[in-house]
Design a protein around this ligand. Sequence first.
Ligand code: HEC
Length: 217
Amino acid sequence: MQTRSEGLASDNTAGCETVSVMARFVPGAASVMRGVASLLLVVTAAGCRQDMHDQPSYSALEKSSFFPDGSSARPPVAGTVARGQLRDDALLYTGKQGEEQAAVFPFPIDEQVMARGRERFDIYCSPCHSRTGEGNGMIVERGFTRPPTLIHQRYRDLPPGHFFEIITNGFGAMPDHAAQIEPADRWAIIAYIRALQLAGGATIDDVPPAERGRLGQ
Ligand code: HEC
């Protein structure tokens, strides 16, 4: 299939060929005609160099004298929201209920969310916090500041919104993770930290009898 630009290019070429073919036949005529023909050829040949890459359109961020603000890019209409970017769920996107750090999760935590949280935690947090949350991750073993033990009572008492805040904005030596981890995944990670906290303080009585065999008890 021929695209639109290919079509235009070959139309142009066809035009150029017609002119040069005409010029080839004209030399048989008077020398005046020959002069006119070669002039015509020069003029139209120059016209043939209408490269597709050299267009009168603006490149990104190019300035323009047409608009009063000097920019060729037009700002979106005030109040424009890109599809999927409405972010009207304050709890989900800010981790807050009013001004307070949220004490609840914005969606139910099921097995799927927990599995996602575990996967994300292991990727993004465990290099420092370790897979159990105790804080002796691989980077720490190699000299990075040791983070606090997340399974400590102090962190069990903190609301989920506090963890959302730390993941989003970082904390002291810990870099923020807003760019790497989208909001829903931050909540999934927090749910998994809750599971680590539960596991960290658990006794054999917390394990269902049917599962104890798997622990070698
Ligand atoms: C590069 C290493 C590193 C990574 C990756 C990292 N942290 Fe941290 N984290 C730290 C350090 C170090 C501290 C202690 C910071 C300080 O006290 O200056 C900390 C502190 C924390 C705290 C305690 C904040 C408080 O209120 O005391 C939480 C909660 C936390 N991190 C959660 C996470 C989660 C969740 C992730 C993964 C999304 C993560 N961290 C990824 C290094 C890291």
